[in-house]
Write a new protein. Structure first.
Ligand code: KMT
Ligand code: NI
Length: 187
C-alpha cells in the first residue's frame, strides 16, 4: 500500500525524504482518520480503466484533467512548485492520481505534525477539504526521460466545476477549516 511517515523538522531540501530516526511510519488507518483516502490503480490503462470509471462514478468526480509537472511543460514551473509547497487548504477535496513519476504530499495530523505521503505511479489520493497540506517533487532523477530531472504526471479530479484556489495558512477562521476540525472530533 501507500508509504507514509512522520517528518523531521529540518529545513533541508524539501525534496529529500525527511524521515525521523528511527523511522516512524504512518498507517493507512491513521491517514483514514484524518480523512485521507487512497486507491491503487493501474496507471498504464488509465484511459480505459473500468476501476477508475467506477470510482469517478461512485464519488461523483465528473471533472478531470491531466497536469504534467516538468519545467518544459508547466508554465511558471518554479513559481507553481513554490506555491504548491506553501502550507494551504482548499474549500473542496483535493483528488490526485499519479499517472507517471512520483512526488510527495504532506498533510498535518491532529497534533500539527507533518506526515509525508510518498505517491507513486498508480496512487490515487483524496485530501479532505479543510486539511492543511502541501506538495513537492521528490529527488528522483529520471534518466530515461528525455530531459533529466524531476517529473510527475497527475490526473486532477473534481466534483463539478473545478476550483483550484488555495488558502495559505493561517486559514483557521474559515468555515471549511472549522468544519474539518470538527469532523475529526468524532473519531
Ligand atoms: C495543490 O493544490 O496542492 C496541488 O495542486 C498540488 C499539485 S497537483 C499534483
Ligand atoms: Ni492543495
Amino acid at each position: 500500500g501507500l508509504v507514509a511517515w512522520f517528518m523531521d523538522s529540518s529545513e533541508e531540501d524539501q525534496r529529500k525524504p525527511h524521515k525521523l530516526t528511527p523511522d516512524q511510519p504512518v498507517s493507512l488507518e491513521e491517514l483514514r482518520q484524518l480523512g485521507v483516502f487512497h486507491w491503487k490503480l493501474n496507471a498504464d490503462i488509465y484511459e480505459t480503466d473500468p476501476e477508475l470509471e467506477k470510482i469517478r462514478k461512485d464519488q461523483g468526480y465528473s471533472y478531470m484533467d491531466i497536469i504534467s509537472i516538468h519545467k518544459d511543460t508547466l508554465p511558471n514551473y518554479e513559481e507553481k512548485l513554490k506555491s504548491f509547497f506553501e502550507e494551504h487548504l482548499h474549500l473542496d477535496d483535493e483528488i490526485r492520481y499519479i499517472l507517471d513519476g512520483q512526488a510527495y504530499f504532506d498533510v498535518r495530523d491532529q497534533e500539527e505534525r507533518w506526515i509525508r505521503i510518498a505517491m507513486r505511479k498508480g496512487d490515487l489520493i483524496t485530501l479532505p477539504a479543510g486539511i492543511y497540506h502541501r506538495f513537492t517533487m521528490d529527488e528522483t532523477v529520471r534518466i530515461l526521460h528525455k530531459c533529466h530531472g524531476n517529473y510527475t504526471k497527475a490526473m486532477r479530479l473534481f466534483v463539478g466545476e473545478p476550483v483550484w484556489k488555495a488558502y495559505n495558512r493561517p486559514a483557521d477562521d474559515s468555515d471549511i477549516r472549522k468544519k474539518y476540525v470538527t469532523s475529526l472530533q468524532g473519531c
